[in-house]
Design a protein around this ligand. Structure first.
Ligand code: S5P
Length: 280
């Protein structure tokens, strides 16, 4: 399993100009396998959270369609922060339509996701044409794609044979660099005949140190369970980091300071779990 290898040893498995390789290099430089998920609805809050945790993260995950006051300037400012603080951007779009439609959704519309998001993700429900549609837009730009092979939510239908089908599709399409998954799904499926085992990145949401769920189906595990015990590569943390900003009666400056503290805490926990995995 690639889980036994250091991140730096795995970078060469990816095309030199690909986002996946850039992500691994960033993780090594910053000693961080933390992706912050910034699910806030105001542009100013999004930028404030990102600025507060930027030194501690390798990746910033957005849901750009929940930002009520979206403008092109938000993207310009997010890109400036990415440059300044050395992180990549992952728009968590979860594409789920036929190839032709996702090409348009990825390239055009209000958000023009492909123009600024290094990594995005898709469901395999429509079949492999979704990967071709996204690759037509993203591959020339050096973007990378994750398939949602598993989900963190209770009762998810993405499991078993469906998850293995995602691994098979990933072997067939080099635009796919890995998976959203809860464990090393790529170890569950042998490579296609005549092909060597490939390196895939596993990015894992549903990570929290202080709670086990949100009452709406989300299920949390600790960085140690996710990275050391389950062999995943990147922890995705949302409310565990920016939660202070949602609390009533907390002064904004205090909330932002708390966001920074939590970012550091999750970065340390994620990296310790990775070191423990290598030492095991
Ligand atoms: O299976 C999944 C896949 C994703 S991408 N479960 C998830 O929770 N996510 C996303 O991760 C979700 O859309 C949200 O943006 C983030 C988790 O946020 P948190 O606040 O629960 O940490």
């Amino acid at each position: 399993s690639v889980a036994a290898l250091r991140y730096e040893a795995r970078a060469e498995a990816y095309a030199p100009a690909s986002a996946a390789r850039a992500l691994l290099a960033t993780m090594v430089r910053k000693r961080s396998n933390l992706c912050v998920s910034v699910d806030v609805t105001r542009a100013a809050d999004l930028l404030a959270v990102v600025a507060a945790v930027a030194p501690h993260v390798c990746l910033v995950k957005t849901h750009i369609d929940i930002v009520s006051d979206f403008s092109d300037d938000l993207v310009v400012q997010l890109q400036a922060l990415a440059q300044q603080h050395d992180f990549l951007i992952f728009e968590d779009r979860k594409f789920a339509d036929i190839g032709n439609t996702v090409s348009l959704q990825y390239a055009a519309g209000v958000h023009k996701i492909a123009s600024w998001s290094h990594i995005t993700n898709a469901h395999l429900v429509p079949g492999p044409g979704i990967i071709d549609g996204l690759a037509a837009v993203g591959e020339p730009l050096g973007r990378s794609l994750l398939l949602l092979a598993e989900m963190s939510s209770a009762g998810t239908l993405a499991r078993g044979e469906y998850s293995r089908e995602c691994v098979r599709a990933a072997y067939a399409h080099p635009f796919v660099c890995g998976f959203i998954a809860m464990h090393r799904v790529d170890d569950d499926e042998a490579p296609p005949a005549g092909q060597a085992k490939k390196d895939f990145l596993i990015l894992t949401p549903g990570v929290g140190l202080d709670s086990t769920g949100d009452g709406r189906g989300q299920q949390y595990r600790t960085p140690d369970e996710v990275v050391r015990a389950s062999g995943c590569d990147v922890i995705i943390v949302g409310r565990g980091i920016y939660g202070a900003l949602l609390k009533e009666g907390v002064a904004r400056a205090d909330a932002i300071a708390e966001v920074t503290r939590q970012g550091e805490r999750y970065r340390d926990a994620g990296w310790q779990a990775y070191e423990a995995r290598l030492g095991a």
